[in-house]
Design a protein around this ligand. Structure first.
Ligand code: HMG
Ligand code: MG
Length: 312
C-alpha cells in the first residue's frame, strides 16, 4: 500500500483563497522544551522552515533569560538568520526587550498581553493594566521606527486559574492593543479549551466593537484536539492569518496546562484539501519536523507528520 502524500482538493467557495501561516515553532515550540536546543540547531531549523515556503517565522523572544532560559540566546541566534528572505518577528515584553531587538535590526515585534489578571501576573509579573501601561510606549516607540507590531492576547477562551473567560474581558484588551497602534492581533487559546462556536462569537463581538477581521490572527493550542476545528471556524469568519508550529511543538512555560500549538503540517493538509494557498511544501516541512524531532529525541505529536513519515 502506498501512502497518499497529498489530500484530494475540494475547494469551498466561502473560504479565503489564501492564508498566511505565522510559524511559531522556533519560539512558542522551543520555549517550552525541557532541553535547550543549541543555537546553531535553532538557526538551521529556521532556515529549513523558510526553505519549506513559510514566510513569517517567529524567531525568538527578547525576554528575561531567567524567565525563559530556552531562548536566552536571542542575541546570538537572530544574526544567524536575519538575512533570510522571510519575516522574522520576535517577542518583546517591555522597553528593554524592544531595545535589544532594535539593536539587531529586528523589523517585526510582538507584545504579549493577557485577557486575565492571573496570567498577566504569572507571565509578566504585572497586573493586566500595568502590563498594558508598559506596552503603550513600547508600541509607540516601535511604530516610530516603522517596526510592525503584533499584539498577542493570551487566555482568550479559558484560563487555568480563572476558568472560562468572558468575551467582554477579551474585547477590552484587544481594543486597548489596537488603540495603542498594534498592526495586528493574535487571539491566543493558550490552554486549548476553545470550541468553534466560541471562536465565532468572539470574532463577531470584536467586529461589532470595531476591530476588523483583517487585523485578527488566531493562535490555537491543541490540548483538547480542537485547534483545527477552531481554525476552520475562524476561516469561515474570514480570518486569513493562522499561527501554527511545525510538528506541533509548543506550550507555554507559565501555563502548565498548555500543550503544543496547532501543528503546521496538520493545518497545511487541511488548507491544501480546501484549495487554499499557503506557499508551503508539505513534504519539506514534514522532513524538517522529523529532523527537529530527532534533535529533541521524541516523535512529533503532529498526526500529519506521523502519517507522512510512516515507513511501511
Ligand atoms: P521582572 O522580574 O518583573 O522584571 O520580569 P523587572 O522589570 O522587575 O526587571 C528585573 C531585571 O530584569 C532587571 O535587571 C531588568 O533589566 C531585567 P536588573 O536591573 O535586576 O539587573 N529585564 C530584562 N532583561 C532582559 N530582557 C528583558 C528584560 N526586562 C527586564 N526584556 C519580565 C518582567 C517581563 C521581564 C518577565 O516576566 C519576562 O521576561 N517574562 C516573559 C515570559 C514569557 O516569555 N512567556 C512566554 C511567552 S507568552 C506565550 O507563550 C503566549 C503566546 O504564545 C500566546 C498564547 O498561546 O496565548 C504568545
Ligand atoms: Mg502560544
Amino acid at each position: 500500500m502506498t501512502a497518499q502524500k497529498l489530500p484530494m482538493v475540494v475547494p469551498s467557495e466561502d473560504l479565503p483563497p489564501r492564508v498566511r501561516i505565522h510559524e511559531v515553532g522556533a519560539r512558542d515550540g522551543l520555549q517550552n522544551e525541557g532541553r535547550t536546543v543549541p543555537t546553531e540547531v535553532k538557526a538551521e531549523f529556521i532556515r529549513r522552515l523558510a526553505d519549506s515556503g513559510l514566510t513569517t517565522i517567529e524567531a525568538t523572544s527578547f525576554v528575561h533569560p531567567k524567565w525563559v532560559p530556552q531562548l536566552a540566546d536571542a542575541e546570538q541566534l537572530f544574526p544567524l538568520v536575519s538575512e533570510l528572505p522571510v519575516e522574522l518577528p520576535v517577542l518583546v515584553p517591555n522597553q528593554r526587550g524592544l531595545d535589544r531587538a532594535l539593536a539587531l535590526g529586528v523589523r517585526r515585534v510582538a507584545v504579549f498581553a493577557s485577557a486575565t489578571e492571573s496570567f498577566a501576573k504569572a507571565n509578566l509579573n504585572r497586573t493586566l493594566d500595568e502590563s498594558l501601561g508598559i506596552f503603550e510606549p513600547v508600541v509607540e516607540h516601535a511604530k516610530s521606527r516603522k517596526v510592525h507590531v503584533r499584539g498577542y492576547v493570551s487566555m482568550c477562551f479559558g484560563d487555568p486559574w480563572e476558568g472560562a473567560v468572558p468575551i467582554h474581558q477579551v474585547v477590552r484588551v484587544c481594543k486597548a492593543l489596537m488603540d495603542m497602534g498594534c498592526d495586528e492581533l493574535s487571539l491566543g487559546d493558550t490552554i486549548g479549551v476553545a470550541t468553534p462556536g466560541h471562536v465565532q462569537d468572539l470574532l463577531s463581538e470584536l467586529n461589532e466593537e470595531g476591530v476588523p477581521t483583517s487585523a485578527i490572527g488566531v493562535h490555537f493550542h491543541d490540548t483538547y484536539g480542537q485547534a483545527l476545528a477552531n481554525t476552520l471556524a475562524a476561516l469561515q469568519h474570514g480570518v486569513t492569518t493562522v499561527d501554527a508550529s511545525a510538528g506541533g511543538l509548543g506550550g507555554c512555560p507559565y501555563a502548565k496546562s498548555a500543550t503544543g500549538n496547532l501543528a503546521t503540517e496538520d493545518l497545511v493538509w487541511m488548507l491544501q484539501g480546501l484549495g487554499i494557498e499557503t506557499g508551503v511544501d508539505l513534504g519539506r516541512l514534514t522532513a524538517t519536523s522529523v529532523w527537529m524531532a530527532a534533535h529533541l529525541d521524541r516523535p512529533s505529536p503532529s498526526r500529519t507528520v506521523r502519517a507522512l513519515s510512516h515507513k511501511e
